[in-house]
Design a protein around this ligand. Sequence first.
Ligand code: BTN
Length: 254
Amino acid sequence: MYKIPASTVFMGKNLVFMPECHSTNTFALELCHHSIIPEEGTVVATANQTAGRGQRGSTWIVEPGANLTFSIILYPAFLTIADQFYLNMAICLGINDYLIGKECEKVCIKWPNDIYVGDRKICGILIENQISGKSINSSIVGIGLNINQIIFSMNTATSLSLETGTTYELSNELEHLLVGIESRFLMLRDAHFNLLKKDYLNSLYRINEEHTFEFESEKFRGTITGVDSHGRLLIQVAHEQRTFEMKEVKFIMP
Ligand code: BTN
């Protein structure tokens, strides 16, 4: 069971906790279709997600009771569709800030929205926006952050516990994490786009280093130089700057 966070302004003040849930993103989306609209910052959390959804139709499977698995309901109506990647940046930065505060070393953001420690993934994010006209009506921000899990089926995953050697109380960690996310969301609401982008790029995995990537089954060497305003990845390949849509390009891992 989680407690209502004391130190946020609005995030998590309304907290729906379920010991078991199919997918907190799906549940949050269903809440938004009720006649009583949930208040902004409502958090839907579970200890055991049985049908967790990941990016590109993948599944998100973690050990029950060991990690943070939750969704936040936001109404970023102030954000145009063209600027929706800034929400992505704000959420990634909030999680990044929280992990840095836990003295977790080598934390970074892997484009577009995974959080890594070194070359291992610690957190997955699934943002589902409901678009109305030219703006975002509501946004479900789903977060799966590995906290106390020690054993993973893939050696490309890690957790806060594995990184720091400490075991955490999940309710406290949710509160601290929400403080971090709220602070970055408020920056977004105050239109600090340039600052968000600067901080996002400063934390970007493999920026300004030459690495191998894959596009349409072809491998190539290139250097990430940034993202454009639509969130597309910019990679310098020899003398050409190439632009990649989300999910078009694969990072070749060591
Ligand atoms: C990914 O990296 O593929 C994204 C994973 C997102 C998982 C979280 S867990 C809470 C929320 N509910 C879901 O069904 N998915 C997200």
